[in-house]
Design a binder for this molecule. Structure first.
Ligand code: NAD
Length: 515
C-alpha cells in the first residue's frame, strides 16, 4: 500500500536558530564549536556547539558542590518556589521548546509538546513534594524516648541522559533533586545538545526571577556540560558526586554501574527495555489495535517503553493481526513537523543499520517481515523507515534484544501460564501490558507470578507513563526509579534519630552497662 508521506522541508536551520533566540540561548553557545548539532528530519547540521574541556567540567562540579552547601540550608518549600518558577518558564516557552525537541530528535509536534508538558507536570509535582519530604515517627522500646527519621539532601546529583527524551529525563531528576536540596550537573546526550542548552536557558530565566524575589540561588547550582561520554565519566568517577542518575542503553549502564558501586556512590539506572503485550481471547480488539499501534510505532519505536513483543492468543490472531498489518501499511510517515504525520525519522544512520540488521536476523530465524524498508524522501542523510511487523515462530534471536527502531515481533500463544513464562524470559524488565476483559487474567498478570517488569498495565499499551507513578524497570533495565510515588527518597539520605527526654539511660535490648 502506498505510504502517505508528508512534505519534508529542505532545511530547518533558520527555524532552529529562531527558536534558540526566542528561548534566550546565546549564539556563542552553539557556534564555532566542535560538536555538531543535527536534525534527523533533514540530516543537516544545525549548529556547532563548543565542547566543554575537562578542567572546566571539573570546575563546574566543584562549583555545584559549593552551591549544594548553601542550598541545603534553604527551606524546602523555598526550593520548591524556584521549581515553581521553572515550571512557569516551561509553560511560557512550551511551544518553542517542544518544536526544538521535534527538530533535534525527530518527534512529532504533539510528542515534542508532550515532552515539555511532562516537564511542567514534574515541576508541579515537585512543588507539592517540597512540603511533603516526610519521615516516620517510630515506636521505641525505651521509656521517655522518641525515634524518628529525617531526610537530608545528598550533594551533587549527576544526570546523564539519552537522546530520546532529551529534556524530560533531566527534569524528572532535576525537579526532585532540587527540592530535595541537591545541586544538579547534567551531561546530556551528544545528539541533543541544543535542547539541553535551551533547557538551561530556561533554568537561567527562572533563577533570575528567583533572585528578583530576593532569594538568589547559589552560583553553579544547576549546570550543563556539553561533551561526549568522557565528560559523563567525570561525573561517574567524581568523589563529590554522591548520586548519578544515568539513562541510556544497557551497555552504558554496564560501564557506569560498577564504577559507581566501586566508590559506593548511589545510582539510579534507567536502561533499555524489551516491552511486551499479551492479547487475550476476551480482549476488546478495537482498543487493543489502537493501544498496540501507538505503543509500537509511536516515536518511530524510539521510546524505552516502546512495544517490541506482541503475544496474541490463537483464537484472536486472525481477527487482530491482519488489521494490525493494514494499520502498519497505511500509517503516515514523514516530517514530524507536518500535522498528520504519525512517524518521523530514526535518529541517525546507525539506528537505521541496527534496524536492518535485526530484520535480517529475524528472517534468518524464520520470521516473516512486513514493512521495515527505507522510505525515500529524497534526503540522503535522513532515515525514514516503514515500521516493521514481524511474525515470528518463537521468541528467539533478535526478539530477545532491544533494537531502538519500530520493529514489532508478533507471536502466537495458547496458554496463559506458558505465555507469562515467555513474557518474562528476556533480560530486560521495563514495561508490559495485558489486553483482556477477564478479571482472572488481568489480576494474574499483575500478581507475583505475572509480569516481572517495573511497569505493568491492563488495557493500555506499555508506553506513555504519567509522572505521578514511579518510573523504571528491573533486571537489565537497571532497577532505578524516577518521577512520582516515593522516588524522591533516592535523592536524599535517611537519618534515624533517637531522642531521650528522660533522666535515665535505658539501653536497647535491655543491655546493662553500669559504670
Ligand atoms: P546511550 O547509552 O548511547 O547514551 C546515553 C547517555 O550515556 C549519553 O549521554 C552518553 O553520552 C552517555 N554515556 C554512554 N556511555 C557512557 C559511559 N561509559 N560513561 C558515561 N556516560 C556514558 O543511549 P541513547 O542511544 O542515547 O538512548 C537510547 C537508549 O536509552 C535505549 O536503550 C533506551 O531504552 C534507553 N532509555 C531508557 C530509559 C529508561 O527510563 N529506562 C529512558 C530513555 C531511554
Amino acid at each position: 500500500a502506498p505510504l502517505r508521506n508528508s512534505a519534508v522541508p529542505l532545511s530547518v536551520t533558520a527555524d532552529t536558530i529562531a527558536l534558540l533566540d526566542q528561548i534566550g540561548v546565546r549564539p556563542e553557545l552553539y557556534t564555532g564549536g566542535s560538536l555538531p548539532a543535527r536534525s534527523p528530519i533533514t540530516g543537516e547540521t544545525l549548529a556547532a556547539v563548543p565542547a566543554i574541556g575537562t578542567e572546566e567540567a571539573l570546575a563546574r562540579i566543584e562549583a555545584a558542590h559549593r552551591a549544594f552547601r548553601t542550598w541545603r540550608n534553604v527551606p524546602a518549600p523555598r526550593r520548591g518556589e524556584f521549581v515553581r518558577l521553572l515550571g512557569e518558564e516551561l509553560r511560557a516557552h512550551k511551544a518553542a521548546l517542544g518544536r526544538l525537541i521535534s527538530i533535534e530528535v525527530g518527534k512529532t509536534a504533539s510528542e515534542g509538546l508532550g515532552e515539555v508538558q511532562e516537564m511542567i507536570d514534574i515541576c508541579d509535582f515537585a512543588v507539592g513534594l517540597s512540603r511533603q519530604l516526610y519521615g516516620l515517627t517510630i515506636a521505641t522500646e525505651r521509656g521517655d524516648h522518641r525515634m524518628m527519621e529525617t531526610w537530608h539532601p545528598l550533594g551533587v546529583a549527576g544526570v546523564i541522559s539519552a537522546f530520546n527524551f532529551p529534556a524530560a529525563v533531566w527534569s524528572w531528576n532535576a525537579a526532585l533533586a532540587l527540592v530535595c536540596g541537591n545541586a544538579v550537573v547534567w551531561k546530556p546526550s551528544e545528539k541533543t545538545l541544543l535542547v539541553a542548552l535551551a533547557t538551561q536557558a530556561l533554568v537561567e530565566r527562572a533563577l533570575a526571577r528567583f533572585a528578583a524575589e530576593g532569594d538568589a540561588a547559589p552560583e553553579g547550582l544547576i549546570s550543563v556540560l556539553a561533551g561526549d561520554r568522557s565528560i559523563g565519566e567525570l561525573l561517574v568517577d567524581h568523589p563529590k558526586v554522591p548520586l548519578v542518575s544515568a539513562t541510556g542503553s544497557t551497555a552504558m549502564g554496564r560501564a557506569v554501574g560498577p564504577r559507581l558501586s566501586q566508590r559506593f556512590a548511589r545510582s539510579i539506572l534507567e536502561l533499555g527495555g524489551n516491552n511486551a503485550a499479551i492479547v487475550c481471547p476476551s480482549a476488546d480488539l478495537d482498543l487493543t489495535l489502537r493501544g498496540v499501534a501507538f505503543a509500537a510505532m509511536g516515536t518511530a519505536g524510539q521510546r524505552c517503553t516502546s512495544l517490541r513483543r506482541l503475544f496474541v492468543h490463537d483464537s484472536v490472531y486472525e481477527a487482530l493481526v491482519p488489521r494490525l498489518k493494514r494499520a502498519y501499511a497505511s500509517v503516515s510517515i514523514g516530517s514530524p513537523l507536518e500535522a498528520g504525520t504519525l512517524i518521523g525519522p530514526l535518529i541517525d544512520e546507525a539506528a537505521f543499520k541496527a534496524m536492518q540488521k535485526a530484520l535480517a536476523a529475524a528472517k534468518e530465524a524464520g520470521g516473516s517481515v512486513h514493512g521495515g524498508g527505507r522510505v525515500a524522501l529524497g534526503l540522503q542523510d535522513a532515515y525514514y523507515v516503514a515500521p516493521a511487523l514481524v511474525e515470528m515462530p518463537g521468541q528467539v534471536g533478535p526478539v530477545l534484544e532491544e533494537t531502538f527502531a519500530p520493529i514489532l515481533y508478533v507471536m502466537k500463544y495458547s496458554d496463559l501460564d506458558t505465555v507469562l513464562e515467555l513474557h518474562n524470559d528476556v533480560p530486560q524488565g521495563l514495561s508490559s501490558s495485558i489486553f483482556t476483559n477477564d478479571l482472572r487474567e488481568a489480576e494474574t498478570f499483575l500478581s507475583a507470578r505475572g509480569s516481572d517488569c517495573g511497569i505493568a498495565n491492563v488495557n493500555i499499551g506499555p508506553s506513555g507513563a504519567e509522572i505521578g507513578g514511579a518510573f523504571g524497570g528491573e533486571k537489565e533495565t537497571g532497577g532505578g526509579r524516577e518521577s512520582g510515588s516515593d522516588a524522591w527518597k533516592a535523592y536524599m539520605r535517611r537519618a534515624t534519630n533517637t531522642i531521650n527526654y528522660g533522666r535515665t539511660l535505658p539501653l536497647a535490648q535491655g543491655v546493662k552497662f553500669d559504670v
